[in-house]
Design a protein around this ligand. Structure first.
Ligand SMILES: C[S@@+](CC[C@H](N)C(=O)[O-])C[C@H]1O[C@@H](n2cnc3c(N)ncnc32)[C@H](O)[C@@H]1O
Ligand code: SF4
Ligand code: SF4
Length: 308
């Protein structure tokens, strides 16, 4: 069995939104409306010794009907679980979330302004805020420590002017961890929404000067550029979440295995062949091991391809 720090599993490519920057916008019809079954998930998971499973991909995981069975299965194997969601269905599944003993929920909040949020996420900010409140109240009432709540904000032209406001806003919601990420540039969505590194650096300098409860809770997991990464790190922010890059794999909804969530070059399908077979591919193992921790460097090796 292959030992990994984390496995990123896309249990759903189904979604009822059409967010501004989502990869679904450029995926073919045959891929964007699928969910993984528990049996498929188990077949994949059982091929690894893995510390953490991230339920993350280009879709809304709550649309996968077996999601909670999957989380419970992970827990039975002492695997830490983290679900990435737009937060719209938390009210429907509050009890399931709690009963599954999910460790962490990561909720997208790309703006503190309802209009901008709507432009980016194609839905109502109020709905997500009310769902966060429901989850927090349920947890508090039952004195539960999990799931911890993290938010994730994509830094882009549309929200860069309100980054400090976003931090303050999220901090006031009593969120455990506030995270930021850069844009994954899917095909034609390339440069249009990206923010220059110097402007991102300035925004982080301002965050550093803010008085919020615990600055350590703001972090920036994935970097496009090596130099920017160093600069943000030197400002005292936690910059790399190892879970995404090193000793990790991304498994697409159909079982296709990719070296990471940002590289779309496949080396096989785990529902068709065993990871042992895929490991025989030297190029694949090279991709897994030689991680530079900045996407632009990794991308120099591999240009992403469109998922059919
Ligand atoms: C694709 S979404 C899937 C989970 C859920 N549906 C959601 O919207 O949060 C997973 C994460 O990727 C982020 N995301 C979407 N498109 C992105 C892009 N082009 N670049 C970087 N992150 C992106 C989302 O904001 C979210 O935090
Ligand atoms: S909610 Fe998530 S999966 Fe759905 S379109 Fe938006 S980013 Fe993509
Ligand atoms: S492209 Fe490289 S640096 Fe970026 S997420 Fe993937 S492994 Fe990490």
């Amino acid at each position: 069995m292959l030992h990994l720090k984390s496995l990123i599993v896309e249990v759903s490519t189904r979604c009822d939104r059409k967010c501004l920057l989502c990869e679904r916008n450029v995926m073919s019809e045959s891929v964007i409306n699928r969910v993984m079954t528990f049996e498929q998930f188990k077949k994949i998971i059982d091929q690894f010794y893995v510390k953490t499973v991230l339920f993350l991909g280009s879709g809304e995981p709550f649309f996968a009907k077996d999601l909670f069975k999957m989380i419970k299965y992970c827990k039975s194997k002492n695997i830490i679980t983290r679900v990435y969601t737009n937060g719209r269905l938390i009210d429907v599944f509050t009890k399931d979330i709690i009963d599954s003993v999910l460790d962490e929920i990561v909720i997208s909040i790309d703006s503190s302004d309802p209009e901008i949020y709507k432009k980016i996420k194609r839905s109502e900010l109020d709905k997500v805020l009310s769902n966060i409140k429901i989850l927090k109240e349920y947890s508090d009432e039952h004195k539960l420590k999990t799931p911890t709540i993290t938010t994730c904000t994509i830094i882009m032209k549309d929200n860069i002017d309100e980054i400090e406001k976003i931090v303050k806003f999220i901090n006031n919601l009593g969120i455990d961890v506030i995270s930021f990420t850069t844009i994954r540039k899917w095909f034609e969505q390339k440069e249009e929404h990206s923010v220059e590194d110097i402007i991102i650096e300035k925004a982080f300098k301002k965050i550093k000067e803010m008085s919020i409860d615990n600055k350590n809770k703001v972090f920036y997991p994935i970097f496009e550029d090596e130099k920017l990464k160093e600069k943000i790190k030197n400002l005292g922010f936690q910059v790399v979440d190892d879970l995404y890059c090193n000793c990790s794999l991304f498994i697409g909804v159909d079982g296709t295995v990719y070296p990471c969530n940002r590289i779309r070059l496949s080396f096989g399908n785990l529902l068709e062949k065993d990871i042992k077979e895929i490991q025989k591919n030297e190029e694949f193992m090279k991709q897994m091991k030689e991680v530079s921790f900045s996407c632009s460097k990794c991308r120099k090796i591999l240009e992403p391809i469109e998922r059919k």
